[in-house]
Design a binder for this molecule. Structure first.
Ligand code: ZN
Length: 244
């Protein structure tokens, strides 16, 4: 996984960190001060749930506290990936959330990617900044820093990083073209219903996506809370069942 994030240019130098939950008591993490593209299994570190080293000769990631916070707040999460992919990090540095439904796959797979305020790396500020967003989102832009994604397994955590960067790239292209045609709320409703059918068991939230109203006025936007979106999904699924 370290080679993947390095080879795709999601990190430079010794940036980034990855971790995996090993049962309820231990966390496997990448070491600090080492390229994530050059690690061998011996370089990895095992810590307890407070971040104290249990195994390994290197020092654990300096961002281990952020990983531990995510594991605490999200019992469903077993892997965390932090990197600095340039396009998504550009949005983070500009303070722009990835929250517009311009790609159908995004609504199904990832939902809104918010921007957490800036926190100094390696300090509790960083964890405090992302904490409000962790329960409702699976990918977070960290202002003037990078991106953190997580999921039930390491591959999902990585794929969410890749999806976030891809989404940011497409969003940037629409900005360059000077135009964004947002999916209508009716289209988003259909997508969340499809997600409920095909991705049953996935807890990927699509909270807070701004949608264009389907009443013909494309300028008007609505913003949905997670709860409202869940109700919408439930309604759409019920309707879909009634039609079968
Ligand atoms: Zn970082």
């Amino acid at each position: 996984m370290g080679r993947w994030i390095h080879d795709r240019g999601f990190v430079a130098s010794t940036d980034g960190n990855i971790s995996v939950r090993l049962g309820s008591e231990r966390i496997l993490t990448t070491p600090t001060c080492m390229s994530k593209g050059m690690m061998t299994p011996e370089d990895l570190v095992i810590t307890d749930t407070q971040g104290s080293r249990l195994c390994g000769s290197r020092k654990a990631s300096s961002e281990i506290a952020m990983h531990l916070l995510i594991y605490r707040l999200r019992p469903d999460v077993n892997a965390v990936c932090h990197a600095h992919p340039p396009t998504a990090t550009g949005f983070a540095a500009a303070g722009i959330a990835l929250d517009k439904p311009i790609l159908c796959e995004l609504v199904i797979g990832l939902g809104r990617v918010p921007v957490a305020s800036y926190g100094t790396p390696g300090t509790p500020e960083l964890s405090d900044a992302i904490a409000p967003y962790v329960p409702e989102h699976d990918a977070i832009l960290m202002a003037n820093h990078g991106v953190v994604t997580y999921g039930p397994d390491l591959l999902t955590a990585f794929l969410r990083m890749e999806t976030t960067e891809h989404f940011a790239h497409v969003a940037l292209v629409t900005e360059l073209l000077g135009r964004q045609q947002l999916l209508s709320s009716a289209d988003v409703e259909k997508l969340v219903a499809a997600r409920a059918r095909y991705a049953a068991g996935s807890n990927a939230p699509a909270a807070g996506l701004q949608t264009a109203h389907s009443n013909g006025n494309g300028d008007e936007r609505v913003s949905l809370t997670r709860h409202e979106l869940d109700s919408l999904i439930e309604e759409a699924v019920q309707r879909d069942r009634a039609h079968r």
